[in-house]
Write a protein that binds this ligand. Structure first.
Ligand SMILES: NC(=O)c1ccc[n+]([C@@H]2O[C@H](COP(=O)([O-])OP(=O)(O)OC[C@H]3O[C@@H](n4cnc5c(N)ncnc54)[C@H](OP(=O)(O)O)[C@@H]3O)[C@@H](O)[C@H]2O)c1
Length: 281
């Protein structure tokens, strides 16, 4: 299968068949798109023709590197950095997105693929999701607030922001990332707060599917297994190897390939999909 196979006849907005890539004309915002699983998903989305706005946390170097990789492959992308440390960061992210989209529309105004400026993307991938271990009886209020905000409330705010414009356009794709084994209600010895938040994303996805599935807006959650990224240190790599059933961790690209399959298929909606080699943590 190609990294992006078009299952969805309404992807192309009337773009001529010869120059058609499945996501030509679509704008994607990838939150946490400068590293790890978000980066690989952004690269595949760009390859499928979407115009990408990358969000990263603090590394200008990583942002520049991913932009360069997309441009080298003749994809269209820009991006910005914004640390997500409070509710106002969500406002900043959409205001930065809107400026990027406006600039892109200005630059491309003579091209036929971009017909107008929308302040919200057609595709939202919310990848950033910080992890912190801690036994339940040792998790304090600060950790609870941090983990629930970052992994449930902020993705929830972002979904609420993009939903009205997706409903109006009658087209939208939202992809969220859960945690390992958070595709069902389970107990966790050292990650109860993180996993509770990630399990909650399933309610979010199913709520979008219920409210908007009929008009072509999808929202799904992928729950990756242990995945080595550029952020994974040697101790974590050894743990990931030991715990993963095949004796090696997943690569971000493997998770991103499933992400593309899900984004391509309008019939997958409200799904919570483990991509985890059958791990039980
Ligand atoms: N990796 C795994 O083993 C694993 C397993 C299960 C689930 N997941 C889930 O999968 C998703 C992707 O995980 P990942 O490990 O690939 O990457 P991640 O560490 O969750 O995200 C990396 C991205 O987030 C940005 N970022 C980092 N700190 C930030 C902050 N304070 N504010 C705003 N942005 C920030 C990074 O930018 P900079 O580089 O500039 O900091 C980068 O773009 C997450 O939701 C995670 O919970 C991961």
């Amino acid at each position: 299968m190609k990294p992006f196979q078009d299952f969805d006849s309404d992807f192309n907005n009337g773009v001529g068949k010869a120059e058609r890539k499945p996501l030509s004309g679509k704008q994607a915002l990838v939150i946490g798109g400068t590293g790890g699983i978000g980066k690989e998903t952004a690269l595949l989305l760009a390859g499928a023709g979407a115009r990408i706005t990358l969000h990263g946390g603090s590394s200008q170097e990583r942002l520049a590197r991913v932009l360069e990789a997309i441009h080298e492959r003749e994809g269209e992308a820009d991006g910005f950095l914004c640390r997500i440390d409070g509710v106002e960061a969500i406002d900043r992210i959409f205001s930065e997105y809107s400026s990027c989209a406006a600039r892109a529309a200005y630059i491309s105004r003579h091209e036929r693929f971009i017909s107008g400026v929308s302040h919200y993307p057609d595709i939202l991938v919310y990848a950033y999701g910080p992890f912190k271990r801690g036994a339940l009886d040792k998790t304090d209020a600060v950790d609870w607030q941090f983990l629930i905000q970052q992994n449930l409330a902020f993705p929830g705010c972002a979904v609420s922001r993009v939903l009205p414009s997706m409903l109006e356009r009658k087209w939208g794709r939202i992809l969220l990332f859960g945690g390992t084994n958070t595709d069902d209600i389970r107990g966790f010895v050292t990650t109860a707060a993180y996993s509770a938040a990630k399990t909650g994303l399933g309610v979010l996805a199913k709520s979008v599917a219920k409210a908007a599935g009929g008009v072509g807006v999808t929202c799904n959650v992928i729950c990756p297994g242990l995945t080595d990224t550029e952020y994974t240190d040697e101790t974590a790599r050894a743990y990931n190897r030991a715990k993963s059933p095949p004796g090696k961790a997943l690569s971000p690209k493997m998770v991103a390939l499933t992400a593309m399959y899900v984004l391509a298929n309008r019939s997958i909606n409200g799904a919570i999909i483990p991509v985890d080699d059958g791990i039980v943590v």
